[in-house]
Design a protein around this ligand. Structure first.
Ligand code: GLU
Length: 387
């Protein structure tokens, strides 16, 4: 048997693989501290579950429109207008099987052989792989702690060629947790509008920000950039709905139609009754988000203090998301080696930075309870001291 060539060009998702390994070790009775998956440890809020249960009882169990339940598309368009200042209508929105799938549909609809996609590193693990699957070329632009792991307008300008089709912007960022300021976003928008390229803004962590920092969407800086922007978002992180697999894409009618065609031939619609939970999430009280955000904020303080007290590690304070991204280079270990040894010796699961294009770092999720954080940091400290 010969597999398709694209399989050998794509690496399996390390975030999913390590999370699965940690879960399997737990199932064997091993006392693992897992900081691997970016997954809130809270239950989905009760009113969201009740709405999906009601939809199930009402037999909303059939195929639906491929682009999503009309009521949900309308609710998303309303949210984008009122909360984000983005003037979309329901026809500009497609509901997808998670945020990841929204990006996959978009990249399949836009990218073909010869197209370049600019991806600042550290990047979320799946961006370059999706571009490769579509036959395009990921153009990785390295950033470091000196610019807060943010791409500068000069870097963006220099990376654009006649082949560039798309720029991937992710703020708050997975894996670094950094958030671009409004001025920084505006400066990037000015570079984009001088060219023919499009920008996809992955805003999945928009609700998880700290210390009064403001998240703004690149699409809000004028009509020209709005026309070149596609928004990717979802319900997983803000509403603790990771397993529900509901995300969305918003953009021009032409792009949304193309993404719907891709979806129509792959997954059809998103689980019908689950979409009613998503409607309740948007239309119900938003207090649940704030409760979770406050818990993440406390954990962020504790984990950051613990990490920076470990000789040999250094970690900038993230403004958003729920990840720490410390530099481990002083241990002289590469990230995979570091993470394998940490899991084996101390039963602590974290993600090697190499998955995100940064081999001198590791990613630690603090979307977990405080007791696990304290125990895990004790173990991490013992491990680093022994290196
Ligand atoms: N986005 C989450 C993470 O980075 C979930 C895993 C995944 O989809 O890669 O951990």
């Amino acid at each position: 048997m010969k597999l398709a060539g694209r399989v050998s060009q794509v690496k399996p998702s390390l975030t999913l693989a390590i999370s699965a390994k940690a879960l399997a070790m737990k199932a064997e009775g091993i006392d693992v501290c897992s900081f691997s998956a970016g997954e809130p440890d809270f239950d989905t809020p009760a009113h969201i579950k009740a709405a999906a249960q009601k939809a199930l009882d009402e037999n909303k169990t059939k195929y639906g429109p491929e682009a999503g339940e009309p009521k949900l598309r309308e609710a998303i368009a309303r949210k984008l207008k009122t909360s984000n200042g983005l003037d979309y209508k329901a026809e500009n929105v497609i509901v997808t099987n998670g945020g990841k799938h929204s990006l996959f549909n978009l990249i399949l609809a836009l990218i073909e052989s010869g197209d370049e996609v600019i991806i600042p590193a550290p990047y979320w693990v799946s961006y370059p792989e999706m571009v490769t699957i579509a036959g395009g070329k990921p153009v990785i632009v390295n950033t470091d702690a000196s610019t807060g792991y943010k791409i500068t307008p000069e870097q963006l300008r220099k990376s654009i060629t006649s082949q560039t089709k798309l720029f991937v912007l992710n703020s708050p960022s997975n894996p670094t947790g950094m958030v671009y300021t409004p001025d920084e976003i505006q400066a990037l928008a000015e570079v984009v509008v001088d060219t023919d390229i499009l920008v996809v803004s992955d805003e999945i962590y928009e609700k998880i920000i700290y210390d009064g920092v403001k998240q703004v969407s690149i699409g809000t800086f004028g009509e020209e950039i709005f026309a070149r922007t596609i928004i990717s978002n979802g319900f997983a992180k803000g509403y603790s709905m990771t397993g529900w697999r509901i995300g969305y894409l918003a953009g021009s009618k032409e792009i949304i139609k193309a993404a719907s065609t891709m979806q129509g031939h792959s997954t059809s619609n998103v689980c019908t009754f689950a979409q009613y939970g998503a409607i309740a999430a948007l239309e119900g009280s938003q207090d649940c988000i704030e409760e979770m955000r406050q818990a993440f904020a406390q954990r962020r303080e504790v984990m950051l203090a613990r990490l920076n007290a470990i000789p040999g590690l250094s970690c900038p304070k993230p403004d958003g998301a729920f990840y720490m991204f410390p530099d481990i280079s002083k241990t002289k270990l590469k990230s995979l080696e570091f993470c394998s040894a940490l899991l084996e010796k101390e039963q602590v699961a974290v993600i090697p930075g190499i998955a995100f294009g940064a081999d001198d770092n590791i990613r630690i999720s603090y979307a977990t309870d405080m007791a696990t954080i304290e125990k895990g940091m004790d173990r991490l400290e013992r491990f680093v001291r022994s290196c």
